[in-house]
Design a protein. Structure first.
Length: 249
């Protein structure tokens, strides 16, 4: 067996382990026949195509202004900067390892998160934990946050004034943690961080330079719950993240 075949089999084996970890134990044969199981190479060159708007960029925070996470939390306080404070039950600041090398950023709290005051604790969060485990990362090792910290009513998309008020605090969290890698979960997170309206299907599979931090967009776990066939692409993205983490250690 040549090297290529060995690598292909090893890759297929780890993909099947990943699916097993996500609770998938059966796979329709028709799907295997129709899909290219071994994906093409994912471009990973640094130097992203999208520039952050200077207004939202981390460049705007000078080194002397960098706060510790607890200072960011206390500055945020019992935030009433936008209308979402009227309908929220909890402000979901974010949680995890303050020295995380990987930071995951979702859209905003859903109902479960609003009740518990913690990010990604519902069904999508459970899937996220399994996805991380598939690349041998425990949830406690990473930091998890959202673009906005309060649940929009009926889980509607966050509105511009809500992002405007909340986003600077996310930037301060990123600055405090200074992760090596950010994984943007879903359309909204990727588009906000990269200041673009390019679709997530185009954005994912590439790496972007986010003020010196490598940013990998991928599909949101909630989207995966509705579209399980997209797990293959997320697996590819997660492998790139694992590789970049290993290379940056
Ligand atoms: N979806 C998100 O984007 N964030 C959460 O915290 C939970 C669900």
């Amino acid at each position: 067996m040549d090297q290529n075949n060995r690598e292909m089999i090893a890759d297929l084996k780890s993909y099947l382990e990943y699916l097993k970890g996500l609770g998938i134990t059966e796979w329709p044969l028709s799907f295997i026949r129709n899909e290219t199981m071994y994906c093409q190479e994912v471009p990973t060159g640094l130097g992203g195509i999208h520039e952050l708007s200077p207004r939202y960029g981390m460049e705007n925070i000078s080194q002397s202004e960098v706060q510790r996470l607890e200072e960011v939390r206390s500055e945020l306080g019992n935030c009433e900067r936008c209308k979402l404070h009227r309908t929220r039950r909890s402000l979901v600041f974010g949680e995890g390892n303050e020295k995380a090398r990987l930071m995951l950023i979702g859209e905003g709290p859903g109902n479960d998160e609003d009740v518990q005051g913690r990010p990604f604790v519902g069904k999508a969060g459970q899937l996220l934990t399994k996805i991380l485990q598939a690349i041998e990362i425990e949830r406690k090792e990473v930091y998890i946050a959202n673009i906005i910290k309060c649940r929009p009513p009926q889980n509607r998309n966050p509105e511009p004034d809500e992002i405007e008020n909340c986003y600077p605090f996310l930037l301060k969290q990123i600055q405090a943690i200074r992760p090596r890698i950010i994984c943007a979960l879903g359309t909204f997170s990727a588009q906000t961080l990269l200041k673009t309206d390019v679709k997530i299907t185009t954005l994912r599979g590439k790496v972007y330079d986010y003020s010196g931090i490598s940013l990998f967009p991928t599909y949101h776990p909630a989207y995966l719950l509705r579209n399980p066939e997209k797990k293959r692409e997320v697996w590819e993205d997660m492998k790139q993240i694992a590789k970049a983490l290993a290379e940056s250690s």
